[in-house]
Design a protein around this ligand. Sequence first.
Ligand SMILES: CC(C)=CCC/C(C)=C/CC/C(C)=C/COP(=O)(O)OP(=O)(O)O
Ligand SMILES: [Zn+2]
Length: 400
Amino acid sequence: MTTNARCIEALGCERFDEENCSTKTSEEQIKVEESVEELFQLFSKKLTIDINAPSLYRGKHVSYLKKCLFYLPNSYECLDASRPWLCYWILHSLELLEETLDAEDRSKIALFIGRCQSPDGGFGGGPGQHPHLAPTYAAVNALCTLGTEEAFSIINRETLQKFLWSVRCANGSFQMHVGGEEDIRGVYCALSVARLTNIYCDKLFENSAKWIISCQTYEGGFAGCPGLEAHGGYAFCGLAALCLLGKEHLCDIRGLLRWVAHRQMRFEGGFQGRTNKLVDGCYSFWQGGAFPLLHKALADEDSTCVSTNWLFHQEALQEYILICCQNSLGGLLDKPGKPRDIYHTCYTLSGLSVAQHCFAGQEKIVGGLQNELARVHPLYNISQEAYINASKFFYNLPPL
Ligand SMILES: CC(C)=CCC/C(C)=C/CC/C(C)=C/COP(=O)(O)OP(=O)(O)O
Ligand SMILES: [Zn+2]
């Protein structure tokens, strides 16, 4: 299927499904493709983008993100308990777009995140809120992205470790907050912050690998909890958590690879989150980000049989993001027709970065080098540079 057809499909203009296509004769198929081409010509006049060399609206995205940083519109009121997330999504997106903030702004943001830190350790969704693993993960990633000594020093590693102990369950899973739900996000968030800030200890994660593996389903992906449906968000958490434990080989890597590779939609080029659901830009990272981790796991088993590319269609994903997920006024989105928002801006850009970069010298930058983003570290989803700076800071501190 051509890119044009994928875009038309993604624009919701014409419905093709695998079954219809496969029952068509080649002549009928050509007619379908011609009519798609015609439709596409019509729609490309509306889209102010050159589909043969789609460009990233870098400047527009930067302006949108900066506006959101200092004046969060009313539509984010419902995220009042996710304020460290808002900081992380914006800061990480700006970092990927290679936009730096001035020192005064970085300091203001670091101090605000500091106000979300709980005296009991960890971070809450806003100042004075109870600590929770999700905003703790977002706060640590945001502070590491800020990358200043002031930002790193805000994290109280002693109380953070106490908080992690307070949400740990005997079976190796983690509650999202004291008395809260246990799911695979918890163990990933706990491992991510523990590794980044150098407070990891084996005892804290005893049994965790076994619990994570019990979330892998018959389809090959991971569910939020044992017995539930595999989903991209949870599959990323499960695989990344196993990698952070150095135990990825304990799960069915090939089953997971098969599942995640089939989540890339044949027409749109983007990923769906789970079987029989719709494409969505945010899964560009939740699903796409699994491929570098899978690649490493496979290479560790047998370095002679791995390719120099990720095992998904990297160009098709980039086309979906650049052609279908950009708002022409800045910001990115789930799919055409949906409003832009900073969550989708963060995860589409993170997925775009994964799709652009495999190994040094093997970059595939759809639309030209001017579209290149900074490289992400796929375990944490902060930039490689932010990861290196944070490691230099935290791994020079004495162990707890
Ligand atoms: C680190 C961290 C906190 C990770 C979160 C991972 C994540 C994105 C989980 C998604 C959870 C989920 C079941 C969404 C389904 O939404 P839906 O039914 O609206 O969407 P769908 O139709 O695409 O499945
Ligand atoms: Zn989404």
